[in-house]
Write a protein that binds this ligand. Structure first.
Ligand code: SAH
Length: 460
């Protein structure tokens, strides 16, 4: 190792890491420096030395990259959310496209030329700020006892206080301030994670992009929070406030929400539309967070599926049935599978309100239900799908599901992924099972952050 802790070094950055951190090289050792950009010459202090790499802290920029921009948020560099905010949006998009390609080559074992040939240009956002329809603010307090509401710092649960998160809507930011005022006025105790005490853990907001309907869900440790009615009264005054709920999470856990929801005001859900379809969204159900990009994402998935009107389609990890209902008109029949019971309830109602009668929704683990479908005579109409769509959480598909998909051998598989590393792992399995990678397209659902969504088409 050419250096030790606290050494000050000069470094040229030549790459970006998986979380958007700059990487420079000294005598073959990689040095990771947060907030540094490829092409930059910087000074940095070595903070931690490992066998083949080191972490360093940016001290000064000797020569800045033309891709560097002034971060628009005062918490940039501290908040773990927007780790790319110092990089121009055009360069962020390039980075994400490259990240996907690199995963497919390094983890998936695909040939670089093939990946270049099948990759379509990333779908960027017109405005990469204030785009989220959902906020999930953790609530905590500092040493002086002052309330902190915001976002976790990188690799920690230290809450960075903010009154104006610039990827959130003004409405969500305003709701957080209403809750902050109530906490202060009524002496409500924010949650203390290390001591597992206190009342309020998270503030979750959701806003229907097209309907304007607003839902607030307060994640608390117990039902009887003092002076809750005062908060509900203030929230109710916000125009378009549609539902206010409590979610009870009394466990020592990293999971944000518990299983129990109590509706305090309104019907307990909101509605939104995607294209011509109307969706009901309950607090525990997943719903894509970037409504403008979601339409483009689904349109790409639908184009890849190339449905003609009589296909049997599986929509695995279907949430509230968004993709199922989006493609149902162009298919013979659709089977949606999802693990969260409330989401499946929503999906069934969503099929009904949209007059879709060729979509069936089953609740359970995709890997188990898929296997059941091919063995259970009652589900035999779904036993031979010609198109399988999967949209799993970050950990990717269960190996058993991949095996079943290969077994039922659909002509096409459309894979929507929010983690290119697990996507690459799963695509390797599918290609070993006889599938060819035909198209890859990244879609930026999460501007300013290091996350990227990808749609992939495979066929036999
Ligand atoms: N396709 C939907 C949801 C995608 S998010 C949409 O675009 O809105 C992934 C979904 O997978 C979540 O709703 C999550 O609850 C669900 N899920 C997670 N693990 C699962 C499993 N093993 N089987 C089925 N669904 C699962």
């Amino acid at each position: 190792m050419p250096f030790k802790k606290n050494d000050e070094i000069e470094l040229v950055i030549d790459d970006l890491g998986v979380s958007g951190e700059g990487i420079g090289h000294v005598d073959g050792y990689a040095v990771f420096v947060k907030c540094a950009i490829p092409g930059e010459r910087i000074r940095a202090r070595i903070m931690k030395v490992k066998k083949s790499y080191a972490y360093a802290k940016l001290i000064s920029i000797i020569q800045a990259s033309p891709d560097r921009v002034d971060a628009k948020c005062k918490n940039a560099g501290r908040c773990g959310g927007c780790t790319l905010m110092h990089i121009s949006y055009e360069r962020q998009l390039l980075y994400k496209e490259e990240k996907v390609k690199n995963c497919l080559v390094r983890i998936g074992g695909f040939d670089r030329d093939h990946i270049d040939a099948v990759t379509e240009p990333i779908i960027g956002m017109d405005n990469p700020f204030h785009y989220r329809n959902k906020a999930q603010f953790p609530v905590s307090y500092d040493r002086n006892g002052d309330v902190k509401i915001g976002f976790y710092a990188e690799h920690s649960h230290n809450v960075i206080d903010t009154d104006n998160c610039i990827i959130q809507s003004d409405i969500s930011n305003g709701i957080a301030q209403t809750v902050r005022f109530w906490i202060n006025q009524c002496n409500i105790e924010p949650y203390n994670e290390s001591e597992h005490r206190g009342d309020i853990r998270h503030i979750i907001t959701r806003i229907g992009y097209h309907t304007g309907q607003i839902m607030v869900c307060l994640v608390v440790t117990r039902k009887n929070i003092p002076n809750l009615n005062r908060l509900v009264d203030s929230l109710k005054k916000i125009p378009d406030m549609t539902s206010i709920c409590l979610n009870i999470n009394d466990k020592k856990t990293n999971r944000i929400m518990g299983d129990k929801v109590i509706t305090l005001f309104g019907p307990g859900y909101i509605e939104d539309t995607i294209g011509s379809i109307r969706f009901r969204i309950s607090p525990l159900s997943f719903y894509q967070v970037n409504p403008i990009q979601t339409e483009k994402l689904y349109a790409t998935a639908s184009r890849y599926a190339e449905l003609t009107g009589d296909e049997t389609v599986w929509d695995m990890y279907c949430g509230i049935g968004t993709i199922s209902l989006f493609v149902a008109k162009k298919a013979g029949r659709v089977l949606g599978v999802e693990i969260v019971p409330d989401a499946i309830k929503d999906a069934k109602i969503n099929a009904e309100i949209n007059g879709v009668n060729n979509a069936t929704f089953l609740c359970g683990m995709a890997e188990e239900i898929a296997d059941e479908v091919i063995h259970n005579a009652e589900l035999s109409e779904f036993a031979h799908p010609s198109v399988v769509i999967v949209d799993p959480p970050r950990k990717g598909c269960d190996k058993a599901l991949i095996d079943t998909i290969i077994r039922v051998s659909p002509q096409k598989i459309v894979y929507i992924s929010c983690d290119p590393a697990t996507l690459a792992r799963d695509l390797m399995l599918l290609s070993e099972g006889g599938y060819e990678l035909r198209k890859v397209r990244a879609c930026d659902m999460f501007g300013m952050t290091g996350h990227v969504e990808t749609v992939v088409l495979l066929s036999q």
